[in-house]
Structure formats: structure tokens, C-alpha cells
Design a protein around this ligand. Structure first.
Ligand SMILES: Cc1cc2nc3c(=O)[nH]c(=O)nc-3n(C[C@H](O)[C@H](O)[C@H](O)COP(=O)(O)OP(=O)(O)OC[C@H]3O[C@@H](n4cnc5c(N)ncnc54)[C@H](O)[C@@H]3O)c2cc1C
Length: 400
């Protein structure tokens, strides 16, 4: 039975899908957003997403436009300095430390860090305030039928809805992408990431720190104080078997291992949350559209968590889609709009996926001569001020 009609169906209510629903809902489009897994919106509940998202500078305007920024800003930690540490010598200690300060290129911080569970809480609350948006947690999309003028989307409760555009934000195994028959190219690294929160005696001073040794980076990203103590979110990448071993260690042994790996930069770290494990891959879809369907976020591209690119690239997808939709609302979801979306985003996404793949491989390196070459490259890049500034701007997505 055909029940409803919407401008847009957003398949997926992860951070990207909830953002898409907010962005297009705030712009006045009628939106249905679905997710079979209801969002977990408290920190310590089972299944909560303890990753954090560092929203980089260009994200702010889109979040403001969608009405989300005012809700998020009070919970955000500023990221003023990005510190890269090479600890790839014989001993696990810093041998090169370079700091990239946002004040070299702008009067704003590089970005703002927020926990993903909190993003879900605030985004769901925002959707409730938008009368033209319906969010259906506990229900998913099951089928896709399209023709030139519309899409018909089957839902897990047996209904079908009609819309002009389907936005697939349903993750790296996107069912809508598969229903449309779009291929992906996937790279496996044999790597996983541990994501968790810590407290530490030395304040982070709004410095985000990426420590490279082997196996992948160990990254500390500032959070607001937790229970009165300075706090950071950690992403620790290693070979998959090592991550499984680390995640199963008793707390004291785990803290010993992470203190060695963090080179004691903030004093002894204390584990302040569960440890969560995430598989690491790179992936890119061969095309970003099919008839009446646009892929965004991890349905379109997945990158290892280096340089806070993942969700920020996703916001880039939404920025372009919104611009096209607002420029010609009567052409929402038509072939011209979707071809333009693909043309404006795919090459940029491919460049970022390729660049982050290289950075990840450099960070994983085990052989000592390669680790030494990596340290020399960091020194060389840093010592040339124009190169340093260009890299900062590219990292932000402020230059294409
Ligand atoms: C350890 C780690 C740290 C990261 N740190 C950062 C960072 O600092 N900055 C940054 O920009 N990015 C970061 N990222 C990337 C970022 O977390 C992801 O880009 C973001 O969470 C992607 O979310 P998504 O909504 O595309 O996918 P998901 O979170 O996977 O959401 C997809 C949703 O689709 C739903 N779904 C599945 N099937 C259906 C269906 N049939 N119908 C409807 N819905 C369906 C799922 O239930 C799920 O909720 C990090 C990633 C990792 C692994």
C-alpha cells in the first residue's frame, strides 16, 4: 500500500542521516528519516557510540543553517592546535613533535569536538522541533523501486512511501546502495580502532595530539572536563589481533599499555569509559547516484579515522546536495541534479580517500628505516611555512 509522500526519504539515522534530515528539514523540504536501530542517546548505556566527531571549520556554517549549531556549541571542545608526534624510534618516546596552530591560518579554532552519542541526542531533539520531518526509529528501508519522476521505498513495517529523492545514509553496507546495484572498491588493512575516553592530570589546552609509532596512530582529542578532570577522547589504531588483545585486558594492564603508547604526554591516563572496537577500511562507491538516489557519508565513502575527515566529508556531500536542491527545488532528485552532485563530489572524495590511505599506511609502518623516513618527511613538511599552511587548509577542506 502506498501511504505517504515526501520530498526526501533519508535511509539511515546515524550521525550522517540525522544531520541530513536536519539540513533538508530546516530548508523546508518534507523529510522521512528511518533507522532500524533506535539511536542510543546516553553515554554509559550499552551500545552507545563513544567515538567523537571533530567538526572542522567548514562544518559550522551548515550546522548553523540547519539549526543544530546552537544546540551543539555548549557541549563542544575547541581544537586550537593539532600536534603530530613521531615516536617511531627504538624506544616508545617522542622524537619529533610538530604543532600546527589554527591561528596561523584563521581567527577560529580548527574545529570543535563532540561525542557521537551526544550528537544523536541533540539531533533527535532537533528533528522533533521540525514539523515537516518525521523520524521513525525502529524501522528501516527494505526495497527501492524508481522511475524517472519518483522513487518508491519499501519499509520494514510493510508500507511503501513515495518521494522525489532518496538519500542513502545507511552506512558502509548501505542497503539502498545495494538495491541500486552500485559497486564499491574496498581496501582492508587488517587494522581495528579502539575508541574510548580518558581523564588525565595535565590539561589538554585544546591541543589534539596524534602519536605515530607503528600499527596506526594513537590520537587524543580534547573533550570538556569529565567529573572535574581534564578529559580526552582516544582513538587507538593497531593490527586487528592486537586490538582484540588490548580490549580484553584488565583495566590496570590496559592503562599500563596505553600510557606507554601515549608517551605519558598528559601524565598518566585513566580509562573513563567502556572500550569500543571499530573495524578500519577504506571504501569508495563507483558513482554517487542512481535514478532518484544520492549516496552520502559512509554509504559513499569510508576512510580510516585520521585527520577527522569522515563525517566532515559527509557534510561536504550534504552541502552540495542542499545547494543544488535550493537552487532548483522543482528539479529535486532529477538526473541533472544528481549528475551534477556526482561531478562536484566524486573527484574530491577520491582524492581524500587516496590521501588518507597513504597517511594510514605511513603510520602503520613497522620497519625502522621506513619509520625514520616518515619522521624526516614530517620535519621537511613542517619546516616550509607555505607548505605547512597549505596542508592545514587542505586538511580543513578549505581548499579543494
Ligand atoms: C574510531 C573512529 C573515529 C572517527 N572520528 C571521526 C572524527 O573525528 N571526525 C569525523 O569527521 N569523522 C570521524 N569518524 C568517521 C565518522 O564516525 C563516520 O563518518 C560517521 O559516524 C558515519 O556515519 P554514517 O551515519 O555514515 O554511518 P553509520 O553510523 O554506520 O550509520 C548508518 C546507519 O544506517 C542504519 N541502517 C542500516 N540499514 C538500514 C536500513 N535498511 N534502513 C535505514 N537505516 C539503516 C544503521 O542502523 C546506522 O544507524 C570516525 C570513525 C571511526 C571508526
Amino acid at each position: 500500500m502506498i501511504g505517504f509522500e515526501y520530498d526526501i526519504v533519508v535511509s539511515g539515522g546515524g550521525v550522517a542521516g540525522l544531520t541530513a534530515a536536519s539540513v533538508f528539514g530546516s530548508a523546508g523540504f518534507t523529510v522521512l528519516c528511518l533507522d532500524p536501530a533506535p539511536p542510543v542517546t546516553t553515554r554509559d548505556q550499552a551500545g552507545s557510540d563513544l567515538r567523537t566527531t571533530a567538526f572542522l571549520q567548514p562544518a559550522q556554517a551548515l550546522l548553523e543553517k540547519s539549526g543544530l549549531w546552537a544546540r551543539l556549541e555548549p557541549h563542544a571542545a575547541d581544537l586550537q592546535v593539532m600536534r603530530i608526534v613521531d615516536a617511531g624510534g627504538i624506544e616508545p618516546e617522542p622524537r619529533i613533535t610538530k604543532e600546527f596552530d589554527a591561528s596561523d591560518i584563521s581567527d577560529k579554532p580548527f574545529g570543535w569536538n563532540l561525542p557521537n552519542w551526544l550528537l544523536r541526542r541533540e539531533m533527535v531533539a532537533h528533528l522533533e522541533s521540525l514539523p515537516n520531518v518525521s523520524f521513525l526509529p525502529g524501522k528501516g528501508t527494505t526495497s527501492l523501486f524508481t522511475r524517472e519522476g519518483e522513487a518508491r521505498v519499501g519499509l520494514s513495517d510493510g508500507r511503501r512511501v513515495r518521494c522525489r529523492l532518496v538519500i542513502a545514509a545507511d552506512g558502509r553496507n548501505s542497503p539502498m546502495r545495494e538495491a541500486a546495484g552500485i559497486d564499491v572498491k574496498t581496501t582492508h588493512y587488517g587494522q581495528k580502532a579502539l575508541a574510548f575516553a580518558v581523564t588525565h592530570p595535565i590539561p589538554h589546552g585544546n591541543v589534539s595530539t596524534e602519536i605515530h609509532r607503528s600499527g596506526g596512530p594513537f590520537t587524543l582529542v580534547p573533550l570538556p572536563d569529565y567529573e572535574g578532570r581534564p578529559s580526552s577522547a582516544v582513538v587507538w589504531m593497531e593490527e586487528g589481533a592486537e586490538v582484540q588483545r588490548l580490549s580484553a585486558l584488565p583495566q590496570a594492564d590496559f592503562e599500563g599499555a596505553m600510557n606507554q603508547r601515549s608517551c605519558h604526554l598528559f601524565g598518566p591516563l585513566t580509562l573513563a569509559s567502556r572500550r569500543t572496537v571499530w573495524p578500519i577500511i577504506s571504501q569508495i562507491a563507483s558513482t554517487l547516484y542512481a535514478e532518484r538516489l544520492a549516496l552520502v557519508a559512509e554509504a559513499a565513502h569510508v576512510v580510516p579515522p585520521i585527520g577527522a575527515q569522515g563525517l566532515n566529508m559527509s557534510l561536504g556531500d550534504m552541502r552540495v546536495l542542499l545547494e543544488l536542491a535550493e537552487a532548483a527545488p522543482d528539479r529535486l532528485g532529477d538526473l541533472t541534479m544528481l549528475e551534477t552532485y556526482h561531478r562536484r563530489r566524486h573527484a574530491e572524495i577520491l582524492a581524500r580517500v587516496t590521501g588518507i590511505d597513504l597517511l594510514n599506511r605511513a603510520s602503520m609502518m613497522r620497519a625502522q628505516p621506513l619509520r625514520d623516513a616518515r619522521a624526516m618527511a614530517l620535519n621537511a613538511i613542517y619546516s616550509l611555512a607555505p607548505v605547512r599552511k597549505t596542508i592545514m587548509q587542505l586538511g580543513l577542506g578549505a581548499r579543494g
